[in-house]
Design a protein around this ligand. Structure first.
Ligand code: DLL
Length: 434
């Protein structure tokens, strides 16, 4: 099942010809309308006409989050303000947010791509979509909302928060599709259990989870606890919002990136060189139809790989693998590179451990220390101290064996680690304060 049969299954030669045509006209547009691009191109002695093939994209410079910050709030917009109908922003880790603007045409395309994404995930007209992504400057809520309406489904704009009420609504309104962050879905499962509500009695069939990294093991956990099929959705506000890429329910093997609107590349984050198909590196995206804020070779900082292998679902669009973290949230602990998602994958594989954890990084003298605070099941927590100690040692040993990093495991009571209704905060890095 497709939302847009023609474009989702466009044979690759036609898809690539379309990409080139759209890329060339986008380059002309930004060169004429965005002083930042004109200056950057002129400094490098490049004209938009340098791009004669898709490969020539490599001749163009990258755009970074810093460039967006420097252009705060509107300097990268390529359309006049009278044509901007919506503004979103993503919270920055420091200082000002990154601001993005959409023309009506951008909103229409975003809605279509989200509708395509819903269909790829196995949703359809007639579904009742419980949208618990936050509404506001964050793109999750409104992005999924407009896509659900475009699909013709019934959308419940519940947003995040008030979890007990969420569960009541899902039960009473007969929600069939759940959209929220993966960590929030587990929190909902926990709350439901505390209320004595069994997800097996709910009508949920599909969950569309994204906005933060999660793991294959966590998928298993969510599917078992919420009794639904869990689909990974990717997106970022700079490029559009949710719906840049999504897994298809047929294969659940990689996320199709909508290539008639975005050109993906994978680069070595150190050298900036393009990597061959299948190799893991930083995802770089060029938008080819956006009007509000088109971006050339935007460095997402997300780490993934790309494949053009045909998919059993029939979509011809390339797939990216599940994100394994960001090149900039990578922790370096005593010289060892560690992604929080790697630790998570280890934790959720250990029996008695709950998928709620916090990594605390500190510096004692000149030595980095890592403390892994993680919740254990109620049953285990009331067990003998000996049992808990053995479990701590096991967590420490598995992390050491798999990742080569020494840590201290601190097992805590169920529900003591702060829950999030949006993106989960998994790392406290006290070293930055020094
Ligand atoms: O998180 C958009 C979104 C909303 C995506 C709802 C999916 C669902 P930002 O707030 O700009 O936008 O954050 C974008 O979140 O660069 C990734 O690091 C991370 N991210 C998003 N989706 C995934 C995912 C939204 N499926 C940043 N897996 C991105 C891992 C993800 N990381």
């Amino acid at each position: 099942m497709f939302f847009n049969d023609e474009f989702e299954t466009l044979p690759r030669p036609a898809l690539e010809a379309l990409q080139l045509k759209r890329l060339q006209s986008m380059l002309e547009r930004v060169y004429a309308n965005v002083p930042f691009y004109k200056t950057t191109f002129d400094t490098l002695g490049i004209k938009p006409s340098v791009v004669k093939s898709l490969d020539d994209l490599q001749k163009l410079p990258f755009t970074t989050k810093q460039d967006m910050r420097d252009s705060y709030p509107y300097a990268l917009f390529a359309a006049p303000m009278e044509e901007i109908v919506r503004i979103h922003a993503s919270s920055g880790t420091t200082g000002k947010p990154t601001v993005v603007g959409y023309t009506q045409n951008d909103i229409n395309i975003w809605s279509e791509l989200m509708a395509r994404s819903f269909v790829a995930a196995g949703a359809h007209k007639g579904d009742i979509i419980h949208n618990a992504y936050g509404y506001g400057l964050f793109t999750g809520g409104l992005g999924a909302h407009y896509g659900a309406e475009r699909l013709g489904a019934s959308v419940i704009p519940i947003s995040g928060g008030n979890t007990k009420r969420q569960i009541m609504i899902m039960q009473d309104f007969g929600s069939t599709v759940l959209t929220c962050t993966p960590s929030y879905s587990l929190f909902m499962a926990e709350e439901a259990q505390a209320e004595g509500i069994d997800f097996r009695n709910l009508k949920l069939r599909v969950g569309i989870f994204g906005a933060e990294p999660w793991s294959e093991v966590m998928r298993g956990e969510i599917e078992a606890k919420l009794n639904l099929s869990a689909i990974d959705i990717y997106g970022l506000s700079e490029i559009m919002g949710p719906g840049v890429a999504i897994e298809c329910i047929e294969a659940k093997k990689g996320l199709h990136i909508w290539e008639d609107h975005f050109i993906p590349e994978i680069i070595n984050p150190e050298t900036g060189e393009r990597l061959p198909e299948g190799e893991r590196g930083e995802l770089v995206i060029t938008t080819i139809t956006k009007q509000g804020i088109p971006l050339i070779r935007y460095r997402t900082r997300d780490i993934t790989s790309l494949t053009y292998e045909p998919c059993i679902c029939g979509r011809t669009h390339a797939r990216i693998t599940r994100m394994s973290g960001r090149s900039d949230d990578m922790l370096i602990i005593r010289g060892v590179n560690v992604f929080p998602s790697q630790i998570e994958a280890i934790l959720v594989g250990i029996e008695g451990i709950e998928p709620h954890y916090m990594l605390i990084v500190d510096r004692v003298g000149t030595l980095d220390t890592l403390t892994v605070e993680v919740e254990v099941s109620q049953q285990l927590f009331s067990d003998e101290i000996k049992v808990l100690q053995a479990l701590s040692r096991r967590v420490e040993k598995e992390i050491k064996d798999m990742l080569g990093v020494t840590c201290t495991a601190k097992l805590v009571e169920p529900k003591t680690i702060q829950r999030s209704e949006g993106k989960a905060k998994r790392v406290i890095d006290n070293r930055k304060l020094a």
